[in-house]
Design a protein around this ligand. Structure first.
Ligand code: MRU
Length: 349
């Protein structure tokens, strides 16, 4: 059991650990409105694709409770507006739109026969999304752990641990299960500039889990692969297109190219909610641009002259040809991904 939680519904509100303060302070924030949850997603109190999907589900539940009308049409319209607001907070991770779509399908189906019942169903669905996420992560952990032989060293980028999901983690979930099975020698943790999810969050989680690790700067990944010190790369994903192209934290693509050059298998771990079968390839995945000022700073301190122009795409797309396997709750998908994804991943609801 972890001694922290990422997100939880209690006392008619949503509590989240404030990830902006980690690793220095473990503090929780409580939200009582959908606007509050949208703000938390936008400002990175909560982040990570599955986690923001779960937050969106609870945001919809808060909205449903706050709408006092008994008119089904009005209820549906206001719920739809709340969903649009949530989806607009971060454009790349599909889990957000997926969760909103799932809740809206229920609202549209049940509101005409009673707004009160529909309201209750929204909270039930949000809780279900969170429960299913943990089950999927544990399944991925069990399946993915088998990919490692004893004494493996694995490199990861960004944070795809318990902080990025409801519980357990995707890429870190697999590493965690492999560690429990005695197969992990050490984890190389990319610091993940500019937001430092690796240094601040993954290192914090691995320390709590007692998994041996080294923090490295992003530019060191190739060096350790070239020296034969990395047996596999394991990352999470924010959106996977129908052909297997995968959007994940900026820098992932570079890691994948380095892995191929050095014959290190590059794996992605992601639940079905991260697949977007409406997108044929990675070219159509929107890449979020965040405040470029973050690139001019490190750890809150300015490192570039004032006024330096910068760019900050928060994600990049790794073409499917660099990926050796995608670990899902349904098993490990192998190339050609167009075929394996279509066979295994359910069509979006
Ligand atoms: O900007 P972030 O921190 O939300 O980006 C998170 C990532 O890129 C993760 O690797 C991804 O969401 C997978 S998390 C299971």
């Amino acid at each position: 059991m972890s001694d922290f939680f990422t997100i939880r519904w209690s006392d008619s509100s949503v509590a989240m650990i404030d990830q902006r303060l980690l690793p220095h302070r473990e503090a929780y924030r409580r939200y009582k409105s959908c606007e509050g949850v949208a703000g938390a997603i936008r400002s990175m109190v909560i982040r990570g694709a599955p986690a923001i999907g779960i937050a969106a589900g609870f945001g919809m539940a808060l909205e449903a409770r706050s709408i006092r009308t008994r008119d089904a049409g009005e209820f549906v319209d206001r719920m739809r507006a709340a969903g649009d607001m949530l989806v607009a907070t971060r454009p790349t991770a599909i889990n957000l739109a997926w969760a909103v779509r799932r809740v809206m399908a229920l609202v549209e189906k049940h509101a005409p026969s009673g707004v009160d019942a529909a309201r209750r169903l929204v909270l039930r669905e949000a809780r279900r999304i969170m429960r299913e996420d943990e089950v999927a992560n544990r399944r991925m952990g069990r399946r993915g752990a088998l990919l490692f032989s004893k004494g493996s060293s694995v490199l990861t980028h960004c944070n795809a641990g318990a902080l990025a999901v409801g519980a357990y983690g995707t890429a870190i979930g697999v590493i965690r299960a492999a560690h429990e099975a005695g197969r992990i020698k050490c984890v190389f943790v990319d610091e993940t500039r500019p937001y430092l999810q690796g240094a601040r969050l993954t290192a914090w989680e691995l320390k709590k889990l007692g998994i041996p690790h080294f923090l490295i700067t992003d530019s060191m990944a190739g060096h350790f692969m070239q020296r034969g010190e990395v047996d596999a790369v394991m990352t999470g994903a924010d959106r996977i297109a129908a052909n297997g192209d995968t959007a994940n934290k900026i820098g992932t693509y570079s890691v994948a190219v380095l892995a191929k050059e050095n014959r290190v298998p590059f794996f992605v771990a992601a639940p079905a909610s991260t697949f977007d079968l409406s997108v044929p390839s990675g070219e159509s995945i929107p890449v979020e641009e965040r405040d470029p000022d973050e690139v001019c700073c490190a750890g809150g301190r300015r490192i570039a002259p004032h006024g330096t122009p910068a760019r900050y795409p928060a994600f990049d797309v790794t073409p499917a040809r660099y990926i050796a396997g995608i670990i899902t709750e349904f098993g490990v998908l192998r190339p050609p991904f167009g075929v394996s994804i279509a066979r295994v991943i359910p069509r979006q609801r």
